[in-house]
Design a protein around this ligand. Sequence first.
Ligand code: IVH
Length: 700
Amino acid sequence: MIPVTDLTAEQAAEDLALLAAEIARHDALYHGKDAPEISDGDYDALVRRNREIEARFPELIREDSPSRRVGTAPTEGFDKVTHAVPMLSLGNVFDDDEAREFDQKIRRFLSLDAEAPIPYVAEPKIDGLSFSARYEGGRFVRAATRGDGTTGEDITANMMTIASLPKTLSGEDLPAILEVRGEVYMGKADFRALNARQVERGGKVFANPRNAAAGSLRQLDSKITAERALSFFAYSWGEVDGLEMASHHEFLERLRRWGFPVNPETRICEGVEALVEATAELALKRAELDYDIDGVVYKVDRIDWQKRLGFVSRAPRWAIARKFPAEQAQTRINRIIVQVGRTGVLTPVAELEPVTVGGVVVSRATLHNQDEIDRKDIRLGDMVTIQRAGDVIPQVVEVLLDQRPEDSAPYAMPETCPVCGSHVVQQEGEVARRCSGGLTCPAQAVERLKHFVSRNAFDIEGLGGKHIEAFYERGEIRAPADIFRLKETDDANSLIKLRNREGWGAKSAENLFKAIDERRVIGLDRFIFALGIPQVGQATARLLAEHYPSLSTLRTAMEAAGTGAGEEEDNEAFTALKNINGIGPSMARDLVAFFAEKHNQDALDALDAQLTVTDFERVAIGGDSPLSGKTIVFTGTMDTMSRGEAKARAQALGAKVAGSVSSKTDYVVVGADAGSKEKKARDLGLAILTEQDFREIIDA
Ligand code: IVH
């Protein structure tokens, strides 16, 4: 088969005709006769080739093109795209002092002298949706959403409809491969016009420009996307081959020359005080701009410094988002309800008189916990100031005491769980109150199941929160493993089969069983995250998988760490766990408690019988570096780099950095004035590296 990039227009037209006929035939076999001739993978390959040819030759898109039909593909929705370079997010700062701290951290990390100002770039933080657009040989070939940062959705056809996206690049020094990243948004004027049109047609009205942009970009039918006025700004890169540059501002300049829209409010700032000034100026201009921004992104300009600074977890050390203050409004608390979360924590929530804050109607605000309620003296019937910042749940800032009803009384949270009636307990030193019902509490069980199937966990298509609630109520899904027995349960069910229930049909029931089957093989890090262990988010799950690369290693280690509980200091497995950089004693205790509990062990055994949890593989980090997969400990002070940089450089080469020396340590890097760790390393006969040795390895 000729690669899409080499096709002539004539060959492309021929291919598109063949593909249209062929895909239509397979659709009929699959949907009409339930007798597919080819695998889903092969079918998807046909659809993808059709889409890629259309992306290159938009003028050849046929009337009967498969891309113009909606929902006929066997896998509904978008194809998945794995990002060659992950798409990261940003850490946040909220005021000038935090911005100065960001600057200080960079100085410390790079061991820079305190006086010389660091050159930065300040860019508006566009409130839209990020995308990555790939160009090969200067031609646009594919675009994807950010997704979970590793895998996004293929939105090539929809991005094709954005007029300002260059489909071919012109100019000098075009890289062979170029992934341009940026933010798609809808202008404020276009947003108002769209909503007016939607009202006229009786269609959906969008809450804000960001939702409108998201709803328009994630349309299965690109004809709808084409009707919506979408724009974008480009601001970073993913995979590139054949691109050399010294600074971020130089990169932006190249983007502009190649024909990409680059934000005109971007400023080069010498030092952090210039960043502070640029932020204040942009805040004043915010309302006049035709697009929503929610802050300013600060980026270290020098690319060699960006490389040295690297990443921590899912965000770069060389960039940060400076958020604008949240938007506020006043309204009344009509009711206070109490929600029970997946770990049993009781959260009081205020039901509000609906009010618009920054263009969004808000009718609920979290009150966090009893301590917060007491501190702010929040009462039923109070008028309050609420605020909304970005996507976070609205919060109550303060009570307007002069408007308090005369008969109001302080609020106290219930002593028993509002869902299951179990006792509410509060551990010493913790503000959270928890339901003591564990998994016998339906709220906890249901919330855990919802987390288990959520996007960054098992990501089971077609199994949303509402479905989980319904299956739970019927007793068909009570524990995670029941999900993977759902088809069996349904087959054995002589009463009402899933396909005959309201909201379901033969096709959707079958699709659900298929979607469940597709998730029987899962990577260890996702699996750990899905378990919903208190405090264990995605980054920690990944960290655990790196240190305990198979499910059985992990379980053995966690059980070992839990033996002789209370005597933590004497337990080697527990010490190793809490010393992992990024874990610490509190998380270690939660992990041990989780794996020690009988019903969690039973749940894991039941899942193990249904699933294949694949061992964690470090994706080529470090490659053949002598540090790859090794455990390394730093001690003492180094001359040429900070401890932070040393750790990060080692991690970038695939090493695990530990805080204490043990028989599992591979290398100990010894700087000046090293103390007991060096002695212990020598006693254990471990490999000891000087700063010079370490530099030679990382600079190799
Ligand atoms: S840089 C590694 N620049 O903000 C670089 N992001 O809160 C990461 N965003 O996921 C992104 N405007 O979707 C960058 N000028 C800008 C941005 C920007 C908006 C978004 C982006 C990112 C999110 C993080």
